[in-house]
Design a protein around this ligand. Structure first.
Ligand SMILES: Cc1ncc(CN)c(N)n1
Length: 233
């Protein structure tokens, strides 16, 4: 069995818990509250900004043009395509995308981003891609399973979101899986163990991100950093 198949098997309970999470159930039946959608988009806008910066760190560690191209294409994908699912949530919530940008990170989003940044700064390219992989992989599986289960048509409030993740992005997951599998073949057992740990922690943090949005998670004591701090995550 390939290394990434093993990872997927080890993470199976987390993937299932994500699919069963009330936020994902709320996408399925269209029952999410406006405040939950807004909280998700505010946090995910910052999360994807951080994700692109991490691709930038990966580019700085790249050894070949193929690697640079792979990460560069992903930055373009986030910038120009992954705005569509956010716009879907904004439409349903009745707000503009622009008004949800530049907010401070909630605890779970903060935790997830700091985890990926630590791996990006300290780890090898194989470790970085292992930490990033749950991001596309869990969303594709949610999208594909929702397409199967709900069979939404255009009248479903989250049709665009489900169609976006269920219909695309599987190329990216396959490409990242191939990359991680190739990498895992040529490294020490200690590095493979780190790759496994980074992947599984990112899966857990994917679950926590959904939970953060559902519960509209905030810091236990409100912090007023002033308007100058906006957008500096
Ligand atoms: C937290 C999170 N994880 C994954 C994805 C899908 N790229 C996302 N938009 N946000």
């Amino acid at each position: 069995m390939s290394f990434t198949r093993e990872l997927r098997q080890q993470a199976d309970r987390i993937f299932q818990a994500i699919y069963d999470h009330p936020f994902v159930r709320g996408i399925a039946d269209g029952t999410l509250k406006k405040e939950q959608l807004i909280h998700y988009v505010k946090q995910d806008f910052e999360y994807l900004n951080a994700f692109m910066r991490i691709y930038g760190i990966a580019i700085s560690k790249s050894r070949t043009r193929e690697e640079i191209e792979m990460f560069n294409e992903q930055i373009n994908f986030v910038l120009h395509s992954e705005v569509h699912p956010h716009n879907n949530f904004c439409r349903v919530a009745g707000v503009t995308y622009e008004e949800l940008q530049g907010f401070p990170l909630a605890p779970s989003a903060h935790h997830y981003i700091r985890h990926m940044l630590t791996v990006a700064h300290e780890g090898s390219l194989g470790e970085i891609v292992s930490a990033l992989l749950p991001c596309p992989w869990t969303y594709i599986e949610i999208g594909q399973r929702l397409l199967e289960e709900v069979k939404p048509d255009e009248s479903h409030p989250f049709y665009d979101w489900i169609d976006f993740y269920g219909g695309g992005m599987s190329d990216l997951t396959e490409r990242f899986c191939r990359y991680v599998d190739d990498w895992a073949e040529h490294v020490t057992e200690a590095e493979r163990l780190r790759m496994r740990e980074h992947f599984l922690l990112s899966c857990q943090l994917e679950y926590m991100f959904w939970d953060m949005a559902f519960r509209e998670e905030e810091w236990p004591v409100a912090m007023d950093l002033g308007s100058e701090a906006m957008g500096r995550n």
